[in-house]
Design a protein around this ligand. Structure first.
Ligand SMILES: NC(=O)c1ccc[n+]([C@@H]2O[C@H](COP(=O)([O-])OP(=O)(O)OC[C@H]3O[C@@H](n4cnc5c(N)ncnc54)[C@H](OP(=O)(O)O)[C@@H]3O)[C@@H](O)[C@H]2O)c1
Length: 353
């Protein structure tokens, strides 16, 4: 197939491109060339800014494509200009959206029919900085812009839960791995809380499998919620970094409600931890029925750790630095937690070498 990937050089897009080339597809990527991504042989790069109508016209002249994959569109008016510029040269369109599109997330479980935020396909907020409150409604607007141009028949929308793996620039798993490699007492929440991050390779494989099948519609993409717990993830991080540590590691599991009372910033200070009713309540029956395969979370952790230790480096991104808790704050919280809890409760801490 002849594929055009809009973006393709940071994280999800990059892995989609690698996988698509491995499958023998003819792949072009369109981006500004700001990251120093190296693509596999055979990938054709077209440089340009998707915010520029002129660049979009030039891009269209390189078509037609069987499928265009818009990995990272996040401004509805910009996505709208892209779909309009490429509608005549794209057989089908794939848009990567997000769980944040659901109005009730993380407070109630969501499936593909759950209510979305109100979205406007024409809106442009003007700013391009990351804004967690605007993110969901903007992605809904992008979905609408794609649907208006391609209809339901020619459009595939994926709504992944959190994505982890090599090239992750948001900084969630990289922070946990780095923290565990330092050793000492590590503040850890909710060991039994089920979590559903999806490996970027599994997301890419699912996307391309659906593309090859000419599938349409909307799919949530994540492992099943019973597949892994928060404790599994942290223990896998501890294991993956064992030989980097000079100081033994002790995971200190603190009560989630207590952490909230202490003002620990959810989702970012202790990455991927959120004390809500259903942060990991994504129904993924539809994708699994369509063939989604998710590897064990421990494999994602181990492979990402290996990638980082062998020189892998994600692109610089403004969101990276918002993840993680300051060492002195963590130490003070652990002292406070242990002072009020009679140790040793067998479940309250675990020691790793
Ligand atoms: N991370 C998660 O946990 C998570 C969870 C759910 C959903 N998602 C979704 O997954 C997607 C992740 O995307 P990604 O960032 O990994 O995609 P990507 O395609 O790997 O990277 C973004 C691309 O956009 C290009 N780009 C940025 N601005 C551009 C412009 N004005 N004109 C042309 N190209 C431009 C960048 O290259 P240049 O800078 O060189 O132009 C880069 O190639 C997003 O849609 C996100 O909403 C992520």
């Amino acid at each position: 197939m002849r594929l055009l990937v809009l973006g393709g050089s940071w994280f999800v897009g990059r892995v989609v491109v690698d996988d698509a080339v491995g499958r023998g597809h003819e792949v072009m990527v369109f981006n500004r060339g700001r990251s120093l991504a190296r693509f596999p042989d055979g990938v054709r790069r077209i440089f340009g800014d998707r915010e520029s109508p002129q660049d979009l016209r030039r891009l269209a002249s390189h078509g037609p494509w069987d499928v265009v994959v818009d990995v990272a569109g996040s401004v509805p008016a910009v996505v709208r200009r892209s779909v309009e510029a490429l509608a005549d040269v794209a057989g089908r369109w794939v848009f990567v959206s997000t769980i944040s599109a659901y109005r009730d997330w993380p407070h109630a479980p969501v499936d593909e029919t759950s209510p979305l935020w109100d979205g406007d396909p024409d809106v442009d907020p003007g700013i391009r900085r990351w804004d967690p409150d605007a993110y969901g409604p903007l992605k809904v607007g992008c979905e609408l812009a794609c649907r208006q141009a391609f209809g339901d028949e020619r459009l595939l929308v994926l709504r992944p839960h959190v994505v982890l793996g090599r090239h992750e620039y948001v900084g969630r798993l990289p922070w946990w791995l780095s923290r565990m490699s330092r050793g000492g007492q590590v503040l850890a929440p909710g060991p039994d809380r089920a979590i559903q991050p999806v490996d970027v390779r599994d997301l890419a494989a699912f996307l391309l499998n659906q593309v090859e099948r000419a599938s349409n519609g909307v799919f949530n993409v994540a492992p099943r919620s019973e597949a892994a717990s928060y404790g599994d993830m942290l223990n896998a991080c501890a294991q993956a970094t064992a030989d980097q540590r000079r100081t033994p590691l002790e995971l200190v599991w603190a009560d989630e409600g207590w952490l909230v009372d202490q003002g620990v910033r959810q989702w970012t200070e202790l990455p991927l931890w959120r004390h809500a009713a259903a942060p990991w309540g994504m129904n993924v029956d539809r994708a699994h029925a369509a063939g989604l395969k998710c590897r064990p979370l421990a494999d994602t952790v181990a492979d990402t750790s290996k990638w980082l230790r062998t020189g892998g480096r994600p692109v610089d991104h403004e969101r990276f630095s918002e993840h993680g808790i300051a060492p002195d704050k963590e130490a003070a919280l652990i002292r406070r937690w242990l002072d009020r809890t009679p140790p040793p409760a067998s479940a309250s801490s675990r020691t790793h070498g």
